[in-house]
Design a binder for this molecule. Sequence first.
Ligand code: ATP
Ligand code: MG
Length: 270
Amino acid sequence: MKVFAVVNQKGGVGKTTTAVNLAACLAAMRRRVLLIDLDAQGNATMGCGVDKAALAESAYDVLVLDQGLQDVMVDGAGSLKVVGANADLTGAEIDLLDVEDREYRLKTALSHASGEFDYVVIDCPPALNLLTINALAAATSLIIPMQCEYYALEGLSALVETIKRVVAHLNPSLQIEGIVRTMFDPRNSLTKDVSEQLQQHFGEKLYRTVIPRNVRLAEAPSHGLPIVAYDPASSGAKAYLALAGELVRRELDAAAAMDRGAKAVETKTD
Ligand code: ATP
Ligand code: MG
């Protein structure tokens, strides 16, 4: 089971859009996918057709009240299982202050569900708070959406510092899965500059797939549907499907490389 945290402390860069649509595309590729909303705004919850106001139980119950993921998850659009969030989650940070292992609440909950899913996608709030820390501690890797604009790189060093500290103290095996360029507009002259800087910074971690600015992606959440269900022919749907394909292909390539390495070792020791 791979656990992806979709993080960037900068607001409005496309975290939720990426979390919902990447999760739905992976589910469309017949993978078993759980989407966890860790943002009290509940946008990811609503975006896959789950009414946040009507949730009996939410991520709050998992983090603070020790409820199992299985007891809290509901069915969302596009074959997704969803652990939803709503305003209840605002209190979680304070309610967790006295709790032992408060950074590991989500990790512990996920450890009981490890056989159930191929992928878990966590939508993080636009802050480096305790909820985000729970996501970073539970994740196998990070997906970082970036908008190619002037201030995009400004927050990046803070994020990289946080990641380093989490690796040192909470989750030594945490990796960056990939950086994805969102709301991409090739006509904007800054886009090229920022893209080149991202390439220098992150090399092969930068996904080749870019997510274009596409109004259908902005409309889909108000219908409670991921883009692949709302408008499969849109440029947004094609882009997120391509991103899911790129992600899965990278994984297969890495696994094949491991295999080749193992075989090489075997033949040497034979
Ligand atoms: P927050 O930090 O508030 O959680 P976020 O990083 O999760 O924000 P989103 O909510 O995904 O960002 O996106 C911000 C806004 O931009 C939303 O209204 C969303 O519909 C819109 N949006 C995101 N990606 C695209 C895109 N590729 N094309 C057009 N609109 C987009
Ligand atoms: Mg969001």
